[in-house]
Design a protein. Structure first.
Length: 398
């Protein structure tokens, strides 16, 4: 015997996309219940990107969670490309008419949204088991799940699948209704979080013959660094000393000399992939965020794409209830995918430009490295090319 719950929108997944959608709907008076398989602590333990586009910042402000972001986030008006032993600054603000990005960790975004939801007394069920979506090809979709030893059925008008790449929502769609596009890259990122001051005030993206490196940060005292590594590597092979030596070798001499090292707080290896599922709507079920697309982290687009999906979906659902219009719902998939493909292209291009490929790759070997160097030299010498890069980096309009 199950307990029946009724809501307007059932949101599967309490990551940043699900929580942001819930917050925006609540602001408009639309009722939503969030179902999450993991615990709150597990959700907050995920270490993810921390570069927010201006549009994402504005969306978080609309959701009522911009206060700490503005207090603790680090506005960045540019970043640096490092190659040939030198750094070259990309002036984001100057090239885009005043736009910039803000460095603020995804964990902190999630924490802010969790706290706001808790303060408002909105319903979130964590630690759910056997989550399943049903009847989304009808006007009466439902979500079933077990929670704290009891069975529940959540009935809704719509289901938002915000449950990530491995979630149940996309997996529940019939295979013949989906077109999947994917490329798995032949390398990974080894990331280290350390309680050390960042090596520079802005991010450094480095193309080096030993492989890619990225110098990022979470705050003035917390740094996040990455080096390209083999997919066959495991974290145990990388001592802190080995990581710092490799990172230092991939930076220009000035940055290498300024690098402050220390014990790692967290260390992990992430594979890279480009993935898009089309369409993103199936009757009463909508996919958003990683459930529908994955981009390599080189362009810092993952969380920002999830935010733009949520913008389109929240607008469509609010229109439905406020104006009794289905226009936004009907256009949801097309509007999302137009932006998703542009961001996927940028992430693929930036990844291809900055990483070392094996000889077997089409663009690999000595000629591939030489071609990358030529393109980087052209990029930093051409105002038009730098403007194109800056426009994509700060985020295309929603």
């Amino acid at each position: 015997m199950s307990t029946t719950i009724r809501t307007q929108v059932a949101i599967v997944g309490a990551g940043p996309s699900g929580l942001l959608l819930g917050a925006l709907l609540a602001q408009a008076g639309v009722d939503a219940v969030i179902i999450e398989q993991r615990s709150p602590d597990y959700v907050l333990s995920r270490i993810r990107a921390g570069v927010l586009e201006q549009g994402t910042v504005e969306l978080l402000e609309r959701a009522g969670v911009g206060q700490r972001l503005h207090r603790e986030g680090l506005p960045h008006e540019g970043f640096e490309l490092c190659f040939g032993g030198q750094r070259h600054r990309i002036d984001l603000q100057g090239l885009t008419g005043g736009k910039r990005v803000v460095v603020y960790g995804q964990t902190e975004v999630t924490r802010d949204l969790m706290d706001e939801r808790r303060k408002r007394g909105l319903v979130t069920h964590y630690g759910c088991e056997d989550v399943a979506v049903h009847d989304f090809d009808s006007a009466h979709p439902r979500v079933t799940f077990d929670h704290e030893g009891a069975a529940f059925e959540l009935r809704a008008d719509f289901i938002a699948g915000c449950d990530g790449f491995h979630g149940v929502c996309r997996a529940s769609v019939p295979a013949k209704a989906l077109t999947l596009h994917e490329r798995v890259y032949p390398f990974g990122w080894l990331g280290v979080l350390s309680r050390t001051p960042p090596v520079a005030e802005e991010l450094i993206y480095s193309n080096h013959e030993r492989g890619f490196a990225l110098c990022s940060m979470r705050s003035h005292s917390l740094s996040r660094y990455y080096v390209q590594c083999s997919l066959s590597d495991c974290v145990d092979q990388w001592s802190d000393d080995r990581f710092w030596d490799e990172l230092r070798a991939r930076l220009d001499p000035a940055a290498a000399a300024q690098l402050v090292t220390g014990p790692s707080i967290e260390k992990s290896i992430a594979p890279l992939r480009s993935f898009v599922a089309e369409p993103m709507r199936f009757g009463s079920l909508f996919l958003a965020g990683d459930a529908a697309h994955i981009v390599p982290p080189t362009g810092a687009k993952g969380l920002n794409l999830a935010a733009s999906d949520v913008h389109y979906l929240s607008t469509a659902l609010i229109e439905h209830y406020r104006d009794h219009s289905s226009a936004g719902i009907d256009d949801y998939s097309a509007r999302c995918l137009a932006r998703v493909w542009k961001a996927s292209r940028f992430s693929w291009w930036f990844t291809s430009l900055m990483h070392r490929f094996e000889q077997t790759e089409l663009s690999g070997g000595p000629i591939g490295f030489k071609l990358q160097q030529a393109e980087l030299e052209y990029l930093v010498q051409s105002p038009a090319a730098m403007t194109t890069m800056a426009e994509n980096y700060v985020g295309l309009p929603f």
